[in-house]
Design a binder for this molecule. Structure first.
Ligand code: FNR
Length: 191
């Protein structure tokens, strides 16, 4: 029987026409039988400051709780100026604090992204991987997924026009499921 895991996904873009939101919709639409998927939104978080550490505002508490409630995190992000968008970094900073309450510790993650550029967010993903390493999140190493987004590739509701891309995304999710299962085999959640 397939083990069921809850996955919270972050869409790194705040754009109303985000191609990464379309990519996230495509991943959800694949309906992997071992995943229950829900977005973790960070759009309403203020800019993080350590001044908040003594008493996080309700929006940040809810955000951290949403991460606590899932087994794994999937980052679907654009590349901005060869790095991750500031809004996503801000969200990660909120999640990583207060000191000693880092939401990402031992929480498995995977990274994927779409770009209109040919290298498909490769540099942003390296940037994100370095942040996640520091945050002690076990990361899926492979397959890497750099989606070069061409017009019409994925519809707003996640329909993928191209068979090979759909198959690749499906295999990506299957491999992510195997990865999450391995992490929890090696490191049970409550230890
Ligand atoms: C970009 N874009 C971009 N693309 C890329 O491949 N590498 C990059 O470094 C950048 N830098 C960048 C900076 C800023 C501020 C913007 C607004 C855009 C283009 C980017 O791939 C394109 O806008 C995508 O549509 C962004 O993804 P979303 O927001 O549509 O999901």
């Amino acid at each position: 029987m397939t083990t069921m895991f809850k996955v919270g996904y972050f869409v790194g873009s705040l754009s109303s026409t985000s191609i990464n939101r379309k990519l996230a919709a495509a991943l959800v639409r694949l309906r992997h039988s071992g995943f229950e998927m829900a977005e973790i939104s960070f759009r309403d978080l203020p800019l993080y400051s350590p001044d908040y550490d003594a008493d996080y505002p309700p929006v940040a508490r809810a955000f951290k709780q949403a991460i606590a409630d899932v087994d794994a995190i999937l980052f679907v992000t654009p590349e901005y100026n060869r790095a991750i968008p500031g809004a996503l970094k801000n969200a990660i900073d909120w999640a990583s604090r207060p000191w000693g309450q880092n939401s990402f510790t031992r929480k498995p993650s995977a990274v994927i992204g779409a770009s209109i550029g040919a290298i498909g967010t490769a540099v942003a993903q390296q940037n994100l991987r370095s942040v996640l390493s520091f945050c002690n999140s076990p990361q899926m190493n492979a397959p890497e997924a750099y989606i070069h987004f061409t017009p019409g590739l994925i519809s707003d509701d996640g329909e993928v026009a191209n068979d090979s891309t759909r198959e690749f995304l499906s295999e990506y999710m299957s491999e992510f499921h195997r990865f999450v299962a391995r992490v929890y085999t090696a490191l049970p959640r409550d230890e």
